[in-house]
Design a protein around this ligand. Structure first.
Ligand SMILES: Cc1cc2nc3c(=O)[nH]c(=O)nc-3n(C[C@H](O)[C@H](O)[C@H](O)COP(=O)(O)OP(=O)(O)OC[C@H]3O[C@@H](n4cnc5c(N)ncnc54)[C@H](O)[C@@H]3O)c2cc1C
Length: 477
């Protein structure tokens, strides 16, 4: 069986970033990236629906070590995928990726201090398993079983499985949903379709922002590339952290601010209440970004509209709503969300004892209590994913270097049993449907110290970069 010091699972944004950190900070360790699909890029390769784009700025969603050079700060999916390919080839990471290697099982043996990692047709051993599998199921999105689906004579498509060359020109399209995907799809399809209706049960908070960041563009024009990149990242981190904290501290003011800004951009025929007045507090769920006001432009020119109502059932020609209204459609897009999974659906055992992620606590947002030499790379939900995923990779390197320096082979975070007394709290603390649905499968977060997740980049930057690795909680042997 082939042995690698470190196995990284997943060649998405996190896996590529992890590989860069391992090869630069732990150059003596051998590593490989096992990717279940036949392509790198993860999210940015999988999602192909019209208009697919980032909803955070690329200076912080991109890697700190490889500046984002393209024009737009809010970038389209294909440009992000190109950037990931370019990063992987620039640093020779692509040579370490083994495609078509979906990891199904990982078994830890304390006697050997090794993981045995199995894919459908291969097995490896490694000393440290770094799971960069993202947070959702690649096989299927979340599908709601609406009544009468089979009666519908048009087409139903889920954004996670967008058919190549789907022709919707001149068609009546209904997009079910109000999250980031729906808000992206509606303006992107509006120019081509006869009409696009965004059908939502309840609205989300949306905020307009220019796709180009004028100040960053000026900084890039006059400063050396790397300096400009660092300064722009710093500026964006400070701004996004300050806005998030202010919104959480003063939710009523934040809601008023967001609603007033939206009201000014809506046509008179679409009142902000009920269509853009959510029932939750800002940042209980991710804020949806509208670049260059594209959604509002489509609502103004009549190529798109919004309906806030509940679906009663599909009919042969469209959808019947609880209010009794009928929506005619040729194509229905079910932007109903993702199915979250923990640890890339890998069955994990420790000395033949199965590990249920929900029974574990997350240590420093990455390792699981009672599970040695394994980390799961999860990014921020209130900021760009990469800000946290890269800190996690840097921390994993510190941990590996600590093992080398101390001649130890095993690191094991052991949770204080009193944490089990507190009500369970999932590792991702948002109220969005896809996260609530996954509460029973996600690891838990605790109440204090390294068991508490704070979603605060400046704080994480200090604790993960500078605090002692040997903190008294992590056991080394
Ligand atoms: C449409 C969309 C837009 C988004 N936009 C933003 C944004 O603007 N800003 C932001 O911060 N976040 C955004 N996100 C979240 C996004 O997923 C992250 O930003 C980031 O791309 C995640 O990277 P990742 O590598 O951790 O996970 P993924 O991109 O999900 O990649 C995981 C990789 O692991 C592989 N894998 C999974 N399980 C296994 C296994 N068992 N064995 C082998 N391989 C496996 C997968 O095939 C995949 O290649 C968005 C998500 C979506 C779906």
């Amino acid at each position: 069986m082939e042995h690698l010091d470190v196995l990284i699972v997943g060649a998405g944004l996190s896996g590529i970033g992890a590989a860069y950190r391992i090869q630069t900070r732990c150059p003596d360790r051998t590593y490989a990236v096992l990717e279940g699909r036949e392509a790198l890029g993860g999210t940015w390769d999988l999602f192909r629906y019209p208009g697919v784009r980032s909803d955070s700025d690329m200076f912080t969603l991109g890697f700190p070590f490889h500046p984002w050079k393209a024009a737009k700060a809010i970038a389209d999916g294909p440009s992000i995928l190109d950037y990931l390919h370019e990063t992987a080839s620039t640093y020779g990471i692509d040579k370490h990726i083994r495609f078509g290697q979906r990891v199904v099982r990982a078994s830890w043996s304390s006697a050997d201090a090794l993981w045995t990692v199995e894919t459908a047709d291969a097995a490896y051993t490694c000393s440290f398993l770094y799971v960069c599998s993202g947070y959702y199921d690649y096989d299927s999105g979340y599908v709601v079983d609406f009544d009468g689906k089979n009666d519908f004579q048009g087409r139903i498509v889920h954004p996670q499985h967008w058919p190549d060359q789907l022709d919707y020109a001149g068609q009546r399209v209904v997009v079910i949903g109000s999250g980031a995907t729906a808000v992206t799809l509606v303006p992107a399809m509006a120019g081509t379709a006869e009409h696009v209706t965004m059908l939502q049960r309840s609205p989300s908070y949306v905020a307009s922002r220019p796709a180009h960041d004028a100040l960053s563009d000026r900084m890039r024009a006059v400063l050396p590339e790397n300096l400009a990149h660092r300064l722009i990242r710093g500026k964006n981190v400070v701004a996004s952290t300050a806005i998030y904290n202010a919104f959480r501290k003063w939710p009523a003011h934040a809601a008023w601010l967001l609603n007033s800004a939206v009201a000014k951009q809506l046509p008179e025929s679409i009142p902000v209440d009920p269509h853009f007045t959510p029932r939750y507090k800002p940042w209980d769920q991710r804020l949806c970004l509208v670049p260059d006001a594209d959604l509002f432009k489509a609502l103004h020119n009549g190529s798109a509209s919004v309906v806030t109502d509940e679906i009663d059932r599909f009919t042969p020609t469209g959808l019947r709503l609880r209010s009794g209204r009928e929506l005619e459609a040729d194509l229905v897009v079910t932007a109903t969300g993702l199915r979250m999974v923990a640890l890339g659906n890998i069955q994990v055992t420790v000395d033949e004892r199965p590990v249920a992620p929900h029974d574990t606590f997350v240590y420093k947002g990455m390792m699981l209590s009672g599970v040695p030499n394994l980390a799961w790379c999860i990014g921020y939900t209130n900021n760009s994913w990469t800000l946290r995923s890269d800190l996690t990779s840097q921390y994993v390197c510190r941990l590996l270097n600590h093992l080398t320096a101390t001649g130890t082979r095993v690191c094991l975070p052991e949770v204080d049993p009193s944490e089990y007394d507190a009500p369970p709290r999932p590792v991702v603390d948002l109220s969005s449907g896809y996260i609530r649905r996954a509460a029973q499968i996600l690891p838990r977060q605790g109440t204090q110290g390294p068991w508490r997740l704070r979603q605060n980049y400046p704080r994480d930057l200090i604790t993960l970069r500078y605090n002692r690795v040997d903190d008294g909680v992590m056991q080394f042997s």
